[in-house]
Each structure stands twice: as C-alpha cells, then as structure tokens.
Design a binder for this molecule. Structure first.
Ligand SMILES: Cc1cc2nc3c(=O)[nH]c(=O)nc-3n(C[C@H](O)[C@H](O)[C@H](O)COP(=O)(O)O)c2cc1C
Length: 409
C-alpha cells in the first residue's frame, strides 16, 4: 500500500504532518505531489529561475523522515513546471531525496493539476512563475471584477505535458545522473495506446515502479464529472495492463513493478488488485482512503482541544488512549515520541493496521501465506462481461475441469 501523490492543494498542504508522520510510522511510502515548490510563498530562486530553497518542500520531507522506520520511502513528483524550476536537482542534490516520480497524468486529470487562489497578488505571482491562471489576472477588466467581488477566486492550472519517447529516456537518465536511486512514473486513465507507451517505455528505461491511476481516482479539485466520467475506469485499465505486461514478459523484456490506483479503500480491494494483476502488480496506491483517517484523527485532536467531542466520538472515550485502538501499541513501539504524533497520524496507523490484519485474514482464507503466492486463480468473475474483459473465468467456469475430473474419476 502506498499513498497517492499529494501535491499543492490546500488540503495536502494543511494536513501534511498528519499524513507524513502517519505514513512513516506505518511503514508505507509517501508521494509528495506536483507543484509544491512552484506555489511555495517562501520559494527562493537563482538568476536562471531555478529553485535554491523551498521551505514547504523541506518541511514535507523532514516530516516524513523524522519518524521513518526503514520501510517505504518519500517520493517527490515532477510535472512540467517542476522540471522547469529544477525541482529534481534541488530535492536530489540538496535534500537527499532518493526516489523521483515523473508524472504523465492521474485518474481524474486529462488536464494539468489545478488549485484555487483567493488573492489577486498571488494569482499574478503564480502567473509570473509560468502557471496558467484563469481568468487572466493581468487583464484590467478581470482585476476590476475581482475588486467588485464578482470574481472571488482564480484557478491555477499546470501546463500539459506532451510525452516524447527520446525525451522520456533522457529525463530518466538525467534523474539517475543527478543521483536519484529510483525513478518511477505515474500515468493516468488514458486509453490503451498511451498505456502501452507507459508500459513499454518504462520497461526500456528500467523504471522502478509504474503507477497507473484509473477513473475515478481522487484529486484535489477536479470537477466531479471529470473524476467520474472523463477517464478509463480502473477495472478496464487493470485488465489492459495485465495483458500488455504479459506480452512484454513473453518476449523476455523487463516488466516494471506496477501499482494500481483509483477508487480503492479496503483490504479486499487490495487482495483483488494483487490477484488480478499477478505477478506484475505489486502495490495498491490509495489517495482519499488514506487521507480520510488522517482527517478524522485531526478533527478529533481539534475537538479535544475545544472540549467539544461529538457523541459519535465520545461514545468511544475522551482521551487518545481510549479512542485510538492502536495508541498503546504505538506508545510501546515509539515510546515518548508518540506523545508528539499528530492525531491524524494515529488515525492512519490504525487504518493501516486494520488493512494489515484484514489482508492477512483474506490471505489465510485463500491459503496464500505470502504476497507473491496471491495469483489470478484466487479470483473469479461474477459477470460474463467481467470474464470476457479480464480473462478471469466466470464463476461457473472457474475450476470446472478440476470439478469434472473429480466427478468422472
Ligand atoms: C487532495 C489530493 C491531492 C492530490 N494531488 C496529486 C498530485 O499532486 N499528483 C498526483 O499525481 N496525484 C494527486 N492526487 C491523486 C492521488 O495521488 C491518487 O492518484 C488518487 O487519489 C487515487 O485515487 P483514490 O483517491 O480513489 O484512491 C491527489 C489526490 C487528492 C485527493
């Protein structure tokens, strides 16, 4: 299980400590999303416009590292603006980041990343930094409408990336030569041709992990219809991914580790993703599902401070020892440090623990005593259409030959 990339949205920025400490103490990888340096108000750049310092990026990396236990890693993502700003050079050379993620897209985004901006000055600043800002904050008429309060917010959009095979290999080579130990790629809910490009080029470039995010993978602020309807649903992407990976494997080519994202939240989802994608899918990337326990924990912390725990919470108790079932285990593992963990981190740890135990139970039930044993034989299709698309037998066809052999014996 890895977190989805969480980038420059306000939600990710404000809650970062909760997510980062939660991921570190749970031993899962955390992906720091795109544009973090680009929108950092404290950003410092040299005369070529390259980042020399980004306090927000430093804070994010430090928050994960402080309690990192040796499992998982922090990945920093690069999009078009990040590349222009020299984010890779900065995070790898100055901050010692070991894993860098190139981004082609994500479940809900056939456009670039976007955030909302409440102030005219900030909108102008981001436009100057090279972002597309809509409506155009340099237009006098738009400025007047903002002053009149008819326009209350601007949208900051990222530029679209266009992928080119040679350029892609060069970027991977450049990142490795900077010192990145691992290079990963994230791609989105695109049709089969682009999926094949991602898989084949990732294979040629010996990428360490390819994350494929299907619709309706969550996002900071994409319109709901974009999330739900504008991309290829995860199930179809999973099926196409397996077909393409198998084809590569049959040719003896390197197949990168695959992570699948887009709508997953529970241990049975993880089991099914690993089974359907066996032996290539090695991880499930979760965005919103991992953020929610972080928010719940954070809210509990705030309600405790205000002395206003709602009934839905105080029926479990009024202290963190009483409310969080994992708190005593966390204390036993981390000692006094546990007192400083933000409560969102306690929520994420508790959620990760539930996923672990749930997955162990499913594995036990299906007689898979380790993760590599999970195979496509562990799942069956409940509709003929699912069987046709996935190649996983329909329920009355699964194990049919073995069944008939028993009867006929
Ligand atoms: C608040 C928020 C911010 C996100 N920021 C980024 C980002 O910067 N880069 C990216 O590739 N994906 C981003 N995502 C998408 C996630 O990384 C992940 O692919 C997606 O949420 C998976 O779908 P799920 O939420 O259904 O698990 C973001 C998602 C959310 C909810």
């Amino acid at each position: 299980m890895i977190t989805g990339a969480l980038g420059s949205t306000e939600i990710a920025r404000q809650n970062w400590e909760h997510f980062a400490v939660g991921a570190a103490i749970s031993g899962i990888s955390l992906v720091c999303g795109e544009n973090v340096c680009g929108i950092d108000p404290g950003l410092e750049r040299d005369k070529h416009g390259k980042v020399t310092r980004s306090p927000d990026m430093e804070r994010r990396i430090e928050a994960y590292r402080r309690y990192h236990q040796g499992y998982g890693d922090i990945l920093v993502q690069l999009n078009v603006e990040d590349t222009r700003l020299g984010v890779a050079e900065y995070v790898v050379e100055k901050l010692g980041v070991e894993t860098v993620e190139l981004k082609w897209g994500q479940g809900a985004k056939c456009i670039g990343g976007e955030i909302k901006v409440d102030s005219l000055d900030r909108a102008l600043e981001l436009q100057k930094r090279g972002y597309l800002v809509t409506p155009d904050p340099s237009e006098p008429a738009i400025q007047a409408a903002f002053r009149d309060t008819a326009i209350k917010q601007f949208e900051r959009h990222s530029r679209l990336g266009f992928v080119d095979e040679e350029e892609f290999y060069n970027s991977v080579k450049r990142l490795r030569s900077l010192g990145a130990k691992r290079v990963t790629l994230k791609t989105g809910a695109y049709p089969m041709r682009e999926l094949a490009m991602a898989i084949k080029w990732a294979s040629n470039a010996k990428i360490d992990l390819l994350t494929i995010d299907g619709a309706p993978g969550g996002t900071g602020m994409s319109p709901w219809r974009m999330m739900e309807e504008w991309g290829v649903p995860t199930f179809y992407l999973q099926c196409m991914t397996n077909e393409l990976c198998e084809r590569l494997r049959a040719k003896g080519s390197y197949v990168p580790d695959i992570a699948i994202a887009g709508g997953f939240s529970a241990e049975d989802h993880i089991f099914k993703v690993l089974a359907m994608g066996a032996p290539h899918t090695k991880a499930v990337c979760m965005g919103r599902a991992l953020m929610i326990p972080g928010f719940v924990g954070k809210n509990i912390e705030q309600w405790m401070k205000d002395g206003e725990l709602p009934n839905t919470i105080n029926k479990f108790g009024t202290t963190k020892e009483e409310i969080f079932v994992s708190y005593e285990s966390i204390k036993a593992e981390f000692g006094k440090d546990a007192d400083d963990f933000p409560m969102g981190a306690l929520g994420i740890y508790t959620y990760a623990d539930r996923i672990k135990v749930g997955l162990q139970q499913l594995m036990c039930g299906s007689r898979n005593m380790d993760i590599p044993s999970i195979s496509r034989n562990d799942v069956m299709s409940l509709t003929r259409e699912a069987a046709e698309i996935s190649g996983i037998p329909f329920v009355t066809d699964a194990y049919r030959e073995e069944a008939l052999a028993i009867i006929d014996a």
